[in-house]
Design a protein around this ligand. Structure first.
Ligand code: 7RM
Length: 643
């Protein structure tokens, strides 16, 4: 398998595809490029309900964009009520499986009632449009119910991934100014309880503005309930109506904030609004996944990440699809759990990450081979570059060489998929996201904004605003401007390096900033460093991503200690635990290396580039002329061999 092999769409697939053949793709792309406002207006009118029409489609006050200006709509209305009128009332909206094996099939009619009832609960406690809610829940149907209930009332939600610690949760509650927290007693993962309510209690010790904590019962474990503040979800729902009109909100009303890692220790709250986000996530759902009425679609991400927001909840439900949600781990009770889910529910579309694929490869082909995977017709990948070997395995062992693979490049900030093959049109090359979707104008440029040549490495930028794009960083419009629009003049800076080949195919090479990608989860080196230096024994820390066979990158920390006698072994274990507690288990460092000093420039900046080289190659070849103390590097590079 070389980088240059291509896989043309199969004629059977092309014949039934939503976008059929290269000509059709080119035509869509051309229209979106030449007349973007007409193009997006047409998409918006074709399938959505608007309470009031827009006065104009697009307004650009660089770097602030507005889409469907003046229009009024509601995302929850479009995800639910619209389907009750168009024949999908009895269709399964959410097909859910808990880790212990419990199952729920929820129709659009039932989901509508559940959302209305919970919206009334929020309303009864005084929450209204413009308020902010934190959602910290396991992967149970009530998580999307809570999101949609917020959207129905115009309450801006922020889902915090259940793997985040109390510390991380607290920072998000505070930054958002949330007044209500929606959670559960716990969730199941690898047959152990993830104690969510305990983390909420710890976080709320320092969040005086939170008035209510609403707790969904999931595990049934014994948890303390604070009088006046904590309420059981089921108690509050008692006698509450299952009718609740959707609040018409402005197309630019804040739908949600999702925190993601940037280049500093402070996570940034990415703001997504209503109209443009809804239109583009749904349109890309139909294009990229070739979504059909009878598909059983499963995205294995956690709803706490953007992939779950756009392609488990909002995209699929707005498109009227059946979206599958699985609560737990892929290896519980055994390594064939996923394939058993695919077989039992007759999944037709599977969307997952390269990390998951590599972890499953390691367990051997016998696990998928035990199951009938013939229902699958399309496979997707997201989160990081997929290496050709993993691509090939996915294609052969899971897709049986029948299913096209869509490698989708996008970001929390982009809201929707940006670069991906349309499966009935674009020939794929393993490892490339191929071509941009309609309305997306990428380019690979140098620091001055000048396009680099064919096959040259450069920065990936987007030359024109798109409907689902980030509107600002919550509470920090200056940071939004400088981080995304101030790096290369006039264009959106993605933070990724890329190259574009002679066929116009994009190859994403990874981040150019201090952001790591561990199992497809974004994590900033600064966040881990700040956590480390909060430990009383640590003087200084420098963190880099180290190439890792399964997770893409692993967290590797260089640490200098304060004076005193330290047991390096015990302290190493303790610091790994410490970081997991401060940020979340997924951030647990793979390696802690104690050192006498860190390599620094004369102005005192830690040279992470050198550390990256040391963990990758164990040698340093780059320029070290600005290094303050050259011996530091040779000692660090030699360290491994001594151990
Ligand atoms: C959806 C998501 C974004 C970063 C992005 C890239 C990397 C994501 C791909 C990819 C190569 C892909 N949002 N990335 N998808 N790299 N090929 N198909 O992952 O905000 O959490 O991360 O992830 O570096 O900038 S995210």
């Amino acid at each position: 398998m070389t980088e240059t092999s291509t896989y043309a769409p199969k004629p059977e697939f092309v014949a039934q595809a939503n976008v059929s053949g290269m000509e059709a793709y080119r035509e869509l792309y051309r229209r979106a490029e030449e007349t973007p406002e007409e193009f997006w207006a047409e998409v918006a009118e074709r399938e959505f309900d608007w309470f009031e029409k827009w006065s104009h489609v697009f307004e650009w006050n660089p770097p602030f964009a507005k889409w469907f200006v003046g229009a009024k709509t509601n995302v929850a209305y479009n995800c639910l009520d619209r389907h009750l009128k168009n024949g999908r009332a009895q269709k399964i909206a959410i097909l859910w499986e808990g880790e212990p094996g419990d199952e729920r099939k929820i129709t659009y009619q039932e989901l509508h009632s559940m959302v209305c009832r919970f919206a009334n609960v929020l309303k009864n406690r005084g929450y209204k449009s413009g308020d902010r809610a934190i959602i910290y829940m396991p992967m149970i149907p009530e998580l999307p119910v809570a999101m949609l209930a917020c959207a129905r009332l115009g309450i801006t939600h922020s889902v915090v991934f259940g793997g985040f610690s109390a510390e991380a949760l607290k920072a998000r509650i505070k930054d958002l100014g949330a007044t209500v927290v929606i959670t559960a007693d716990g969730g199941w993962r690898r047959a152990k309880e993830v104690k969510l309510k305990a983390a909420v209690d710890e976080a709320l010790l320092e969040c005086p503005d939170v008035r209510d904590v609403i707790v969904r019962k999931r595990t049934g474990s014994d948890i303390p309930m604070k009088d006046g503040r904590d309420h059981w979800w089921h108690d509050l729902e008692e006698g509450v109506s299952s009718e609740c009109p959707a609040e018409p909100v402005d197309a630019e009303h804040p739908l949600y904030v999702l925190y993601t890692s940037g280049t500093t220790g402070q996570p940034k709250g990415i703001l997504h609004t209503t109209g443009g986000y809804m239109v583009q996530t749904t349109a890309t759902m139909r294009w990229v996944f070739d979504l059909k009425e009878n598909d059983v679609y499963w995205c294995s991400a956690d709803i706490g990440w953007v992939t779950g927001h756009s392609y488990i909840v909002y995209g699929p439900l707005a498109a009227g699809a059946t979206t599958v949600i699985y609560e737990g781990a892929p290896d519980t009770p055994a390594f064939d759990r996923w394939w058993s889910i695919v077989e039992r529910h007759r999944i037709t579309i599977l969307y997952t990450s390269p990390t998951a694929i590599r972890a499953l490869i390691r367990q051997g082909d016998e696990w998928p081979n035990k199951h009938d995977l013939s229902s699958l017709r399309l496979l997707g990948s997201v989160g990081e570059p997929i290496n050709p070997a993993a691509w090939e395995w996915y294609y052969r062992v899971i897709g049986k060489q029948r299913c096209p693979i869509v490698d989708t490049w996008w970001q929390t900030e982009t809201g929707s998929i940006m670069i991906a093959p349309l499966p009935g049109a674009i020939p794929t090359k393993p490892g490339s996201g191929t071509l941009p979707l309609p309305g997306v104008l990428p380019q690979v440029v140098d620091m001055s904004g000048k396009p680099v040549g064919v096959d040259q490495e450069g920065f990936l930028v987007i030359r024109r605003p798109w409907p689902a794009m980030i509107r600002t960083i919550w509470g920090d419009p200056k940071r939004y401007e400088s981080q995304y629009w101030g790096r290369v003049p006039g264009v959106y800076f993605t933070g990724d390096a890329a190259r574009c080949d002679a066929d116009g195919y994009y190859w994403i090479l990874g981040r150019v900033d201090d952001v790591m990608n561990v199992s497809g989860h974004r994590l900033s080196t600064m966040e881990v460093e700040s956590a480390l230096v909060r430990h009383p024994a640590v003087a200084e820390a420098a963190v880099v991503g180290k190439p890792h066979e399964i997770t893409g990158q692993a967290v590797c920390c260089f640490v200098t200690l304060k004076q005193g006698n330290h047991d390096h072994n015990a302290l190493g274990t303790e610091l790994r635990k410490w970081v997991a507690h401060e940020i979340g288990a997924f951030a647990r460092p793979e390696e802690i290396r104690f050192t006498e000093a860190l390599p620094k420039t004369r102005s005192g900046k830690i040279m992470r580039r050198l550390l990256r080289e040391i963990v990758t190659t164990r040698t340093v070849t780059g320029d070290v002329t600005t290094l303050e103390d050259l011996t530091v590097v040779t000692r660090l590079a030699a360290q491994r061999d001594e151990e």
